[in-house]
Design a protein around this ligand. Structure first.
Ligand code: FES
Length: 70
């Protein structure tokens, strides 16, 4: 999420990156592995399995990211 904001892309959020709201969800390639918090939040908010919470992603390689509101 921080990298997206630094790149000038808007990222929705109401929990300020705490991993609770799911509003920062994005499609990522490669998708990587969800954290335990992401799994819990995704289940609670009925987030599709293909979505990641951008605030919980630690970048260690180049990614392609998309969301519905860009
Ligand atoms: S900003 Fe709320 S879950 Fe990511």
């Amino acid at each position: 999420m921080d990298a997206l904001i630094e790149a000038g892309l808007p990222v929705a959020s109401s929990c300020h990156g705490e991993g609770i709201c799911s509003k920062c969800a994005v499609l990522m390639t490669p998708q990587g592995t969800r954290t335990a918090l992401e799994i819990q939040t995704a289940q609670r908010n009925k987030l599709p399995d293909i979505m990641r919470l951008s605030c919980q992603v630690f970048i260690d390689q180049d990614l392609t990211v998309a969301t519905t509101y860009w």
